[in-house]
Write a protein that binds this ligand. Structure first.
Ligand code: ZN
Length: 272
């Protein structure tokens, strides 16, 4: 399995340096939006869809003024996953599966660029965003991003213990090397995805953490980072439990599982 990290969005939010984001060599603190393009023997798989072409063309309608004001996305079509898939020499039509950690604006925007793909996500996330959003969720999600009618494939609860996590299981016909790892809290049905490469497991933890330094390196993460995560969490207790499981995984299984998250500097080494 060969994995290509793609940075499918770039944010320069006001006050990012208070979140512990270092200033770049050439400019202000910048948050990435890391997706993964995975080469399976017979198809391509995308983990999260990032900011898409339609978001770049019509940001106000697709993402809303609140999100734009809070995150200040740099709107560049070259960041869209579909453009990066093409730049790597692949056919977008070969991306037949998209695994979605959750349906927040910065993770779902690119879905419309791959309308033929099956979109795998937790049933709880589909319910929260698409079927029955509550008052807060109606503000949070942007149905315009799935107005094209994606081919949803929802995955219900249940599964096995794996590393430090519960309820883990393979994603149907994608085989035993692609696992869904429930990491709820940031949203109702937030989950991560673990991919088995030749050099061990790579776990994309989505927004369950915002920086890998949360896993053991920072004894006290920046106060602003913790406040930001609390403010964005649909279930603060569940988010803490998900983060604790990630920390245990890092401490106990760090030699066999590499954990990454969405909003950190891109550039995780190419693997597989
Ligand atoms: Zn996010």
């Amino acid at each position: 399995m060969r994995i290509h990290p793609l940075d499918c969005g770039s944010f320069v939010p006001p006050g990012a340096r208070w979140l512990g984001v270092p200033h770049g060599a050439w400019g202000p603190a910048r948050l990435a939006c890391q997706c993964l393009l995975v080469e399976l023997p017979d198809r391509l798989l995308l983990v999260d869809a990032g900011i898409g072409l339609l978001d770049v063309q019509d940001p106000l309608r697709r993402m809303g003024p609140r999100f734009i004001g809070l995150t200040r996305p740099e709107l560049d079509p070259a960041h869209a996953a579909i453009r990066q898939v093409q730049a790597l020499g692949f056919r977008p039509q070969d991306v037949t599966e998209i695994l979605i950690t959750h349906l927040d604006i910065d993770h779902a925007g690119g879905l419309a660029d791959f309308p033929w793909a099956r979109v795998h996500l937790a049933q709880a996330e589909h319910t929260a965003a698409v079927v029955r959003p509550d008052r807060v969720e109606r503000q949070r999600y942007r149905p315009a991003q799935w107005a094209h009618g994606p081919h949803w494939v929802t995955h219900g609860p249940g599964g096995e213990s794996w590393m430090s996590f519960e309820g883990v299981r393979p994603l149907g016909d994608l085989g035993p090397d692609v696992l869904r790892v429930p990491l709820p809290g940031h949203t109702r049905g937030h989950c991560g995805f673990a991919l088995r490469t030749d050099s061990g497991w790579l776990l994309h933890a989505g927004d369950a953490i915002l920086d890998r330094r949360e896993l053991g390196f920072w004894r006290h993460p920046p106060v602003a980072l913790r406040a930001y995560q609390r403010a964005l969490a649909m279930d603060v207790g569940a988010r803490k439990r998900s983060r604790a499981a990630l920390e245990r995984c890092h401490l106990e299984h760090g030699h066999e599982v590499e954990i990454i998250c969405t909003h950190e500097a891109a550039g995780a080494a190419q693997r597989g």
